[in-house]
Ligand binder design. Structure first.
Ligand SMILES: [Cu+2]
Length: 127
C-alpha cells in the first residue's frame, strides 16, 4: 500500500515537472517571436546580378531597425559597406542593422565576380 503511494507521488511529480518545462519553452519561443516582429520595422532586399545591384540607391530611416538581405539572382557576390559598421553580407545573408547617423554610405561588391565587378556599386542613404 505504502509502495503504491510513493510510486504515484513520483509519477505526479514527474508529470508536473514535464508540464512546467513545456510551458516555459512555449513562452520563450513566443516572446522571442514577438520581440523580433516588434524590433524590425523595415526590410531592404538588395538583388545582385552579373554585374549590377537592382537599385542605385537604397533608402532607410535613421535609427530604424532594418533587415538587410543580399539576394543573389545571378553570379556570386557579396556586399561590403563603407564608413558604417555593417558586416559584409554574403549570398543569401540577412543582417538586422540600425544606423543612428544620417548620411550616404557606399556599398560595393566584395567578391571578385568577373569583368563587371568594379561597376557593382550602390548607395545606402540614411535619412
Ligand atoms: Cu563582384
Amino acid at each position: 500500500m505504502l509502495r503504491i503511494t510513493w510510486v504515484s507521488v513520483i509519477i505526479v511529480a514527474f508529470v508536473i515537472l514535464l508540464t512546467a518545462c513545456g510551458a516555459s519553452k512555449n513562452e520563450m519561443a513566443q516572446s522571442a517571436l514577438s520581440e523580433e516582429s516588434k524590433t524590425i520595422t523595415n526590410e531592404v532586399v538588395i538583388k545582385a546580378t552579373n554585374w549590377e545591384f537592382d537599385k542605385a540607391e537604397y533608402r532607410i530611416k535613421k535609427g530604424e531597425a532594418v533587415k538587410l538581405t543580399l539576394d543573389p539572382e545571378s553570379g556570386v557576390h557579396s556586399i561590403a559597406f563603407k564608413g558604417v559598421g555593417i558586416k559584409e553580407l554574403r549570398s543569401g545573408d540577412s543582417e538586422v542593422v540600425a544606423i543612428n547617423e544620417a548620411g550616404t554610405y557606399e556599398l560595393f561588391c566584395n567578391t571578385m565576380c568577373g569583368p563587371g565587378h568594379a561597376n557593382m556599386k550602390a548607395k545606402l542613404i540614411v535619412e
